[in-house]
Design a protein around this ligand. Structure first.
Ligand SMILES: C[S@@+](CC[C@H](N)C(=O)[O-])C[C@H]1O[C@@H](n2cnc3c(N)ncnc32)[C@H](O)[C@@H]1O
Length: 271
């Protein structure tokens, strides 16, 4: 009879991915796999592993196969309707939470919430905040709503394009966004996991700055005086984003580097 070790032998997947698939198929912790890799295996489990392995070899991201991805220490459910939350986006959440520290009952807006990763992490990190999150994709909002419920986060989700989703929600202390910022035709859109993610989460279909421009230009109507706007952007967009913020009347501009030392979050205060 097959066992984990025999079925895995000759698997072209990296060992870590094999282990993740086995954990998912058998619903066991990693330590169990190591101790029990020669236990007899039900044929259905072996078949399920091989099916998932084939999907992975065809390029499907691990997060979509497993249906989840960790972000800010929380387990988020993901589907092909949403961008897979990236570790670099934690910088935006940490920047936002830093800004909220010491503010009484702050109001926060997350534009383009996808899985809800940013909005939910802010709500959990700052329970006294009122958090509103928008997306123009109803399918993404369904995933975000389910994540908020499962993680017990208080977030109001609204559907619509950027600020059009809002009605009487004026007066935010903080707006955060990780919008689509890859230019149309960028070769990265054809590579790796990205090929499986929703195009509308990745590219604005224009120069990569169109969504950032809309968010910056609309922000002043929705922020309180001295409110802040912070956005994630591409590795080469910090200067352009600072320029757009300056033109829109923002001051105290900052660009913050990711772990690789590349500026990936830029923001400022509206006077
Ligand atoms: C890069 S993803 C970010 C998802 C999530 N905030 C995260 O950081 O993992 C951008 C999100 O913006 C949404 N989006 C794109 N264009 C939009 C628009 N015009 N109005 C509202 N949301 C939009 C997409 O549906 C997608 O969920």
């Amino acid at each position: 009879m097959d066992n984990v070790r025999s079925v895995s032998q000759g698997s072209p997947l990296p060992r870590l991915e094999q282990q993740m698939l086995w954990q998912y198929v058998l619903q066991v912790p990693r330590a169990w796999l190591i101790a029990h890799d020669t236990d007899p295996l039900a044929p259905a489990a072996a078949a399920e592993f091989l099916k998932l392995q084939a999907r992975r070899l065809a390029g499907t991201p691990m997060a979509y196969i497993l249906g989840q991805r960790e972000f800010m220490g929380h387990e988020f459910q993901v589907s092909p309707a949403v961008l897979i939350p990236r570790p670099e986006t934690e910088l935006l959440v940490e920047t936002g939470l830093g800004y909220l520290k010491g503010r009484v009952a702050p109001r926060v807006l997350d534009l383009g919430t996808g899985s809800g990763a940013i909005a939910i992490s802010v709500a959990l990190g700052c329970p006294e905040a009122t958090v509103v999150a928008t997306d123009f994709s109803p399918d993404a909002l369904a995933v975000a709503g389910a994540n908020a419920q499962r993680l017990d986060a208080r977030v109001e989700f609204l559907c619509g394009s950027w600020y059009h989703a809002l009605s009487d929600h004026k007066g935010f202390d903080l707006i955060v966004s990780n919008p689509p910022y890859i230019a149309a035709g960028d070769s990265h859109l054809q590579e790796g996991d990205v090929r499986f993610e929703p195009a509308s989460a990745l590219t604005d279909g224009e120069d990569g700055l169109a969504a950032l421009r809309s968010i910056i230009q609309g922000a002043s109507q929705w922020l309180k005086p001295q409110g802040a706007l912070y956005m994630e952007h591409g590795w080469d967009q910090a200067q352009a984003v600072r320029h757009l913020l300056e033109q829109a009347g923002f001051t105290r501009l900052v660009s913050l580097p990711d772990l690789a030392g590349i500026d990936r979050v830029t923001g400022g205060i509206y006077n």
